[in-house]
Write a protein that binds this ligand. Structure first.
Ligand code: APR
Length: 231
């Protein structure tokens, strides 16, 4: 099959070996925090300092981490096949970009970006954010990380839908398939005729929806898969 359009979807598993941890594995973030407190608009309204501290800690972890071989292999694929690979990520870290990926569709936003909840202004997030920080544009003390919380609409859904509609291969990498709409992308792509491949440490919640699967740590499976395509 000639591969003319590939859509990649990554999740926390692609950054796990960079030390950023995942959400739902044993000891993951949602074992240590109640997501209702730190990843919902209601939690932010209740205790903005707790939420900003949660993301300040994740931002510090991100800045201390380095991209791994999986991020680098995906960047290599994008550079080898420009305009044929759409990289969508649920991750809010910047490891794909730091590995050299030329374009990354962050459907859940970005830890490195701040947003004003009052006027919508966006700017590069400082090291640490606090509820008293004034918005650089409207000065309201309403700053938040530019990340998509549960109950909010993910970003770039039209662009993602268009890419899925014309994909001939959809590959999910390091995601549990626990959260929609991302978990539904495999069915969307398959319905339009794409082949589907899951690359994961263990079968995801939607594993049965995939034609093929590669199991193992992303730093091993992803470089091998990319090499099988372009070497
Ligand atoms: N290599 C490959 N896959 C791995 C590795 C690894 N080294 N380690 C873990 N994984 C896989 C797990 O098997 C699991 O399928 O990564 C996945 C992690 O699942 P989650 O923790 O649920 O992360 P993710 O799928 O990205 O979560 C989706 O949920 O909480 C929200 O917004 C958050 O974007 C996140 C979304």
């Amino acid at each position: 099959m000639s591969l003319t359009r590939i859509v990649l979807l990554t999740g926390a598993g692609v950054s796990a070996e960079s030390g950023l941890g995942t959400f739902r594995d044993v000891g993951g973030l949602w074992d240590r925090y109640d997501l209702a407190d730190v990843a919902t608009p209601e939690g932010f309204a209740r205790d903005p300092a707790l939420v900003l501290d949660f993301y300040n800690a994740r931002r510090a972890n991100m800045r201390a981490a380095s991209p791994n071989a999986a991020h680098q292999a995906l960047a290599r694929l994008q550079r080898a096949w420009p305009d044929r690979v759409t990289l969508v990520t649920q991750n809010i870290d910047d490891l794909h970009e730091r590995a050299g990926s030329p374009a990354v569709v962050h459907m859940h936003g970005e830890l490195g970006q701040a947003r004003c909840a009052a006027c919508g202004h966006l700017w590069p997030a400082p090291e640490a954010m606090s509820p008293a920080d004034p918005c650089p544009a409207c000065t309201a003390p309403a700053t938040r990380p530019d990340v998509v919380w549960f109950g909010e609409i993910p970003y770039h859904m039209e662009r993602i839908g268009a890419a899925l509609a014309e994909a001939d291969l959809f590959v999910a990498i390091g995601t549990s398939g626990a959260v929609y709409p991302a978990a539904g992308f495999v069915a969307e792509a398959a319905a339009r005729g794409a082949r589907t491949l899951e690359i994961n440490l263990a079968p995801s919640d939607v594993a049965d929806a995939f034609d093929d699967r590669l199991l193992g740590p992303a730093t091993k499976t992803v470089p091998a898969w990319v090499a099988s395509l372009i070497d």
